[in-house]
Design a protein around this ligand. Sequence first.
Ligand code: PEP
Length: 252
Amino acid sequence: MRTKIVAGNWKMHKTLPETITLINELKSIIKTDNKVEVIIAPSFVNLSKAVLLLHDFPISVAAQNMHFADYGAYTGEVSADMLNTIGVNTVILGHSERRAYFNETDDILQQKAEKAYEKGMLNIFCVGEKLEDRTAGKHFEIVKNQLKNALFNLPKQAYKKIVIAYEPVWAIGTGQTATPEQAQEMHKFIRETMAKKYGYDLADSVRILYGGSVKPTNAKEIFSKPDVDGGLIGGASLKAKDFNAIIEAAKS
Ligand code: PEP
């Protein structure tokens, strides 16, 4: 039995006052239970405050990125230890915006995934094809290679702390969601790919989230698919009411 996860990726949104307001709104409306794990990923500068505000509430705080080095001359970067020591033990890695705008390659992501494992962080690892890949019928191959190149050097035990997020690039922030069938088809493929590499027990235990224009109106149907274990939510996570509705959809 895989517990569902609903994670909100706030991207480069929300100043400190806005972060405080949104977290307080979330605390007032979200009814957490053991059916769904809730995670939010505010910007780096607001992580400490988010951790403080949520010390008495079961929402975990995640970073949207981190560097693979322990420390050093990497201006503007943030390490796993910096995150862990402020109480942030979850990180989103390989988001398509990081891949596209900040040149994050599979090789870089492999190093980041290794560091997350070494430092005991929960790694929400994003994969997903571009529209042209899907049109060319290459979507399975692209996703398989993203998994293989960045994660498949890790040992089996690393997957206790890995969640995969399938986010078709053409569905992120576009309002165009994958159909529940398209999501299920890819999630099943991801699970089969994991099974071939690590065995069926492990594949069956790994949680695979869907991301890409999830909204209160479509969440329930997407989450009802057997291989969809929740969602990574962008735009709709910035409104407490919408994010809460998506969490509720994951419970049913
Ligand atoms: C995301 O950025 O991870 C995402 C899924 O965004 P949106 O929900 O806005 O498509």
